[in-house]
Design a protein around this ligand. Structure first.
Ligand SMILES: [Fe+2]
Length: 326
């Protein structure tokens, strides 16, 4: 999509598929067609882009239209607002939808984790995360979604990519259970926000290369409670709170913060825990290199058998195998 990958496109424009232009919903950006080396205005910012135009472009064999780079923020906002419609559009190749999902949601979750925004904007950040989750959980009921998102998965650990990837693995796994849309959304939001409390832990501790001291480890372990505290004033369901609070609990009751175990931990949270562990193990972290998927799964079985839900773990392996990820 970036012009750097296609040198013949000047930096002032970037290409998009006309199929992602949702009729009647275009934002504040203009759409251009390319004729040789010229870019011709096709649809002006603020004008209605109609279904007729969209079909006509497609039928004329136009598989790329162009947006000016200076209007990319408006284009990204448009994607964010229309993500659900775009992800549900079967006329768009699933690989393209997966890429748009990853790019758009990564931008939103990065803002939620990284920006030191004033408190009045916390709710706005949260609402953006919520909207992305609301619009994308259904996509992961499609078995092709995980396989086509897989190439975008990052293996260098960052809080926001980890959160996004735990969301992807979790909702893909949850889709194999009989959950309704609301449960998928609420637990999906929990998966996306599970580590939000880490934004309150000093990064020099989170990124420390060596072993943590006892005090440091205790501080890091407060992140699940801190995450709940951060979300206390927001419109969040009990299921989402439980996901944030209990994602480090263990089946044998030796987890934190409360030491609950077995079926006292909601099944969906046990799935989030498996996704969390797997993504961490397969990512390069300051204190350990990324493991290969197969090795990570073996380690989970051999060293965490009493900690994780083995039935959900088996389903997770099946899911990864089906997506050609292991
Ligand atoms: Fe965590």
């Amino acid at each position: 999509m970036q012009s750097s990958q296609q040198p013949w496109i000047p930096a002032s424009f970037f290409p998009v598929s006309p199929l992602i232009l949702v009729p009647e919903a275009l934002g504040d950006f203009s759409v251009y067609l390319r004729q040789g080396r010229e870019f011709v205005l096709y649809s002006r910012s603020g004008e209605k882009f109609t279904q007729h135009q969209r079909v006509k472009l497609f039928e004329s064999g136009v598989d790329e239209v162009y947006v000016q780079t200076v209007e990319k923020p408006c284009f990204d906002e448009y994607l964010e607002e229309n993500l659900g419609d775009i992800l549900g559009d079967e006329s768009l190749p699933v690989e393209e939808r997966s890429r748009l999902f990853y790019d758009t949601s990564a931008g939103v979750i990065r803002d939620a984790f990284n920006e030191k925004l004033p408190p009045r904007l916390v709710e706005e950040k949260f609402n953006r995360v919520r909207a992305v989750v609301r619009q994308s959980t259904a996509f992961f009921r499609d078995e092709r979604a995980l396989r086509t998102v897989a190439p975008f998965i990052h293996h260098d650990y960052k809080s926001y990519t980890h959160s996004l990837q735990v969301f992807v693995y979790s909702v893909s796994l949850l889709a194999t259970f009989e959950l309704d849309e609301e449960e998928m959304y609420e637990y999906g939001l929990g998966a996306m926000l599970h580590d939000i409390g880490k934004t309150r832990i000093p990064s020099k501790i989170l990124n420390k290369r060596g072993a943590l001291t006892r005090e440091e480890r205790t501080l890091v372990q407060t992140h699940s409670v801190q995450g709940v505290a951060m979300c206390a004033g927001l419109d969040i369901s009990q299921r989402t709170f439980n996901s944030i609070l209990f994602h480090h609990e263990r089946m044998d009751g030796k987890g934190y913060p409360s030491g609950i175990g077995g079926e006292d931990i909601p099944l969906a949270v046990r799935c989030i825990t498996i996704a969390d562990i797997y993504d961490a193990l397969t990512s390069n972290r300051p204190y350990a290199p990324a493991m290969r998927p197969y090795d990570a799964l073996i380690l989970m079985r051999n060293e965490m058998a009493t900690a994780i839900d083995l039935e959900a773990y088996k389903r997770f392996i099946k899911l990864l195998s089906g997506a050609n990820m292991v």
